[in-house]
Design a protein around this ligand. Sequence first.
Ligand SMILES: [Zn+2]
Length: 341
Amino acid sequence: MVGKKIALRMLLLSIVVALVACNPDQDATPVKAQTQPAPHDTATSSLPKLSLPPDSGPPPTIDSTRALQYAKDIVAFGPRPIGTANHKKVEDFITSHLKSDAVEDDVFTADTPEGKFPVRNIIAKFPGTRDGIIVIASHYDTNYPLRNTSYVGANDGASSSALLLEMANQLRGKKRNGYSVWLVWDDAEEAMKPESELPFEKDSLYGIRHLADKWQEDGTLTKIKAFLLADMIGDADLNIDRDRNSTPWLEEVVYQAASRLGYQSHFFARDNQVTDDHIPFMQKGVPCADLIDFDYGYNNVFWHTPQDTFDKLSAKSLEIVGSTILETVAILDKMDALPPK
Ligand SMILES: [Zn+2]
């Protein structure tokens, strides 16, 4: 996760903090409760009319214990910023679990404020019977400015990359009765410089921007029906944000998928506006949904710190997000023509 535009939430926080400061008798604990400005329905009024298929087939399967073990394995390599031996080990770890799959590499050299670095996006393709592609993405690098700390990005990068490996296990070995699904482990997502020196909008998303451009040039982009992003989804205290930089109708499908599985209470109680890997695809007109919990520890205190450690993750959170993403895909598979962005 590279950064976010601070929306209504921080404003409300400061108001609440001010209120608490004015009233010493007030319990400070309501602060969190009062940062929730967006009940689910408020953002859906301008949606195109969605015709969702009935809830038929069995719910998707995720082996969350195995997914959590993958996260533990990735974290065990240590910090994995681009250009390091640890990064290469994680590349090898990912591809070693995709040996029987159709894997494509998107390798290039990124010109960054810290110099030139090799970048590698890894794509595993699972074919379907329906014309079109659904992309599910996660970045796997860790933040470069934190490279000399113990920062391992257990939640920020490892949790979602592990979840995609488990999704591959579920997708492998059978032609999908629906769209093709492409899993993307994208690289060089994190900023190279601290944001105090360079805004993250100008210094991040190197890998996914390259891939979006490449797929625009070779015509792949026109086949992509939806881009689903997972980021910071392993937090044991799981609350996925509604992201106002994502496509409203696709977020609504995600919410309906979560509801069908009984997981809706983990989704969209909070509003946000996130700059993340989906932005280059949004800018090119692809419907996108960023599934991110940008409240990692109280007031996001663990984000981009050495406290982003494996003990904060839970298998249940991986199960909730993994199942919801696969259920979203299953709904998209059965929908008539999907709306544009
Ligand atoms: Zn990050």
